[in-house]
Design a protein around this ligand. Structure first.
Ligand code: ZN
Length: 432
């Protein structure tokens, strides 16, 4: 389906396995789960890990106290753990304050969260900015609770500590940057967003081996919202170098691709993603920007206006498994993750290969046969290459980028880029 996978075999092998490895870790917006996740990423790619102390003012926010949890349970009168954090880390409302109490069922009920419509799944709930506590359990577990007294323990801790994030910058020949941003704050949930982390890490590893790059690539692994806000605060003066970006999320499920545009909807990243999707042969849809969802809303805020779109398969909040224990290792597949990986690799290659040229023989059509170009076309299986060459010669007046040409011609960028390479080689195109 895509033409650029020849060099990427090594990077793809670990997509699903990496999710499996990260799945058991109890992450949150701060704490040791994020540190463990970043250490695991650091084993694969040389990220820099940064710690920002609790209480630091970041844009309009404050870095919260750090949350860690050792254990939690609800025990019945017989001392049995009827709800057990060790069985699933979604059982505790993320960021719950510590508790150690004996409560009747009626007293306990307001602290329990279930999904009556999906009675076997545990919901994912958080209480980052409210001091509260709670448990999440399946509706079936709830229905099995008998009246009586329960021992309720959450062995957690909120203390002055740090927010942690990781990033990797791979310099290109230009300061212009492409940002790939993924959140790292969700506990045992796969599609949202261990698939994004795994794909980003594997892309970074692939790009480590490629040095012929114009753009600087920045891979960011930060907790949702507060992590992106912290990063933007710390990079306020240089953030404008980000010319194109994507947040990656929910990329391993069976839904068609969805691309959410940047706030203007007219950025180069919008045109590139839409073009690559149109030529990938897979079902997809394009949706407009809205200020919710993932960290694209921080990057697109009016003070920054960074052209960051969002690529996903299943959409935020729009599939039943979203933010439940149904978003598990069975909900995603290596095959869907590989498709996502190839698609994003193609997007990165298109962004980097999108140049504007000038035809050096613009008076009439240059004689392609005499210049050996028909011979050069002969040995290749790239579709529409001859037509791509004619379009590229015609539109390379210094005004149209190769992507503009591909869009106008209805030919894949890969074919136009290949044609342009031949024309540059034969001195019929120069940088505009
Ligand atoms: Zn989420």
């Amino acid at each position: 389906m895509l033409n650029n996978s020849e060099n990427s075999n090594g990077s793809q092998r670990a997509l699903y396995e990496f999710v499996e490895e990260l799945y058991p870790i109890c992450r949150s917006i701060t704490g040791d789960g994020v540190r463990a996740t970043l250490r695991t990423i650091a084993r694969e790619i040389p990220i820099e890990i940064k710690e920002v102390p609790s209480g630091t003012h970041v844009l309009d926010w404050t870095v919260p106290r750090e949350w860690n949890i050792r254990d939690a349970w609800i025990k019945d009168a017989q001392g049995r753990r009827v709800v057990d954090f060790r069985a699933h880390n979604l059982h505790v409302v993320n960021y719950s304050v510590p508790v150690n109490a004996r409560l009747t069922l009626d007293e306990l009920l307001p602290h329990l969260h279930t999904l009556p419509d999906n009675p076997d799944w545990i919901p994912y709930r958080t209480t980052y900015y409210d001091e509260a506590w709670g448990f999440c359990l399946s509706q079936r577990q709830l229905e099995a609770l008998l009246p009586g007294e329960y021992e309720v323990v959450i062995d957690s801790e909120l203390k002055v500590g740090a927010l942690v994030y990781g990033e990797l910058v791979l310099p290109g020949t230009s300061d212009d940057e492409i940002l790939i941003s993924t959140h790292v704050c969700h506990p045992s949930l796969c599609d949202d967003n261990l698939t994004g982390i795994s794909i980003s890490v594997n892309l970074a590893r692939e790009m480590l081996g490629r040095t012929d790059r114009r753009h600087t690539l920045r891979f960011l692994y930060a907790p949702g919202t507060i992590g992106a806000i912290t990063w933007l605060h710390q990079n306020r003066d240089t953030a404008h170098r980000i010319k194109h970006g994507l947040t990656l999320t929910c990329l391993g499920d069976n839904h068609p691709f969805t691309y959410k545009r940047t706030v203007t909807g007219k950025a180069e990243i919008d045109h590139v993603v839409e073009h690559v999707l149109a030529h990938c042969g897979l079902p997809h849809q394009i949706i407009e920007f809205f200020p919710y969802g993932y960290d694209e809303r921080q990057y697109n805020s009016p003070g920054f206006r960074l052209a960051v779109g969002s690529l996903m398969r299943g959409r935020h909040g729009q599939f039943p498994e979203y933010h439940t224990s149904g978003d598990n290792l069975d909900f995603i597949s290596d095959e869907r993750m590989r498709e996502s990986y190839e698609l994003i690799l193609s997007i990165l290659e298109t962004l980097d290969g999108n140049r504007t040229y000038r035809n050096t023989a613009p008076y009439g059509e240059p004689q392609l046969g005499a210049r050996g170009l028909y011979r050069a076309l002969g040995g290749t299986s790239i579709p529409n290459l001859q037509l791509a060459m004619l379009w590229t010669l015609n539109l390379s007046d210094g005004q149209n980028s190769l992507l503009d040409i591909a869009r106008r011609a209805g030919i894949s960028f890969h074919s136009v880029r290949t044609a342009a390479n031949l024309l540059v080689e034969h001195e019929l195109l120069v940088d505009a």
